[in-house]
Design a protein around this ligand. Sequence first.
Ligand code: KG4
Ligand code: ZN
Length: 334
Amino acid sequence: MLILGIESSCDDAAAAVIETDRPGVATVRASAVANQDDIHRAYGGIVPELASRNHVITILPVIERALAGAGCTLGDIEGVAVTRGPGLVGSLLVGLMCAKGLAQGAGIALVGVNHLEGHLLAPLIEHEVAMPYLALVVSGGHTAIFAVEDFGRYRRLGSTRDDAAGEAFDKVAKLMGLGYPGGKIIDEMSREGARDRVKITRARVKGAPLDFSFSGVKTAVALYLASPAGVATAAADLAASFQEAVVEMLIRPTMAAARDLDASTIALTGGVAANSRLRERLAAAAEADGRRLVAPSFKYCTDNAAMIALAGSYRLLRGERDPLTIDAEANLAL
Ligand code: KG4
Ligand code: ZN
């Protein structure tokens, strides 16, 4: 079955074509992304109105790119899987309306997909992973631990109480005047910095060992920057110290959940899964515990449509379809 995936929940417009005949096992024939970093950089963050306006311009070309890359036409596609939430509602609507139009015009099945389900199943694109597995989803919009029990059966074990980890990276980079998006810049800068140079308290959520909180580390960096010591500290040292704090605050609840569940596999997914220090430390922690860490390559960590196609595919393979009346939902729950 050839499936077209469409994703536009935030600032990236993406389309992909996958081929599959078994749930969770797919070949990515093409995956295209129209990135908007250059548009939002001047504002130091995503401007929702600009994101949706640009999706209107790029969504059809990006779909055409995916179809051309896969060597097929819309006539070969048997189902369309599209993100319908959570995300920015204006952005979501562009991809969803486009998917509905294509499905109706070509007379093919449509399924709406939860963006988080895409991130949770993304590790299956390149790896064979038996369920149940534990997944840490860590991106600009989400930070949560899930037990992936089966296709369509996900149990949330812990979440952030405030900022997402990626949001903390981006906000700290902005405070430090490093540019946007901040995660990658801080990751690269940290390689030259001393991780123990600045003392940053690792926050824990009282009574909820599997939850996260990142607003405190962000404030700690802001206060430090304004202090005399902050003025004298090298940016690389501050970046490395901040990153180490975030990495440790992600690892502790994840490993605790892995032990609770006795999960043999931990999957790391979402944009922040690209972080080199997080990969290194979590892989070491998993190995020390006799568990396996699986992380998608960078292009499937950040927002992409191959993961959306995969997350829609098990339903399409069963013959399920959604009506053309499905709507975009900014706070769609999983
Ligand atoms: O999954 P994603 O593409 O979009 C959302 O759904 O949010 O994640 C984007 C986030 C941004 O906050 C970005 O700063 C962060 O992922 N990110 C990183 C790295 N690369 C991207 N954070 C830390 N280290 C990185 N290397
Ligand atoms: Zn995402």
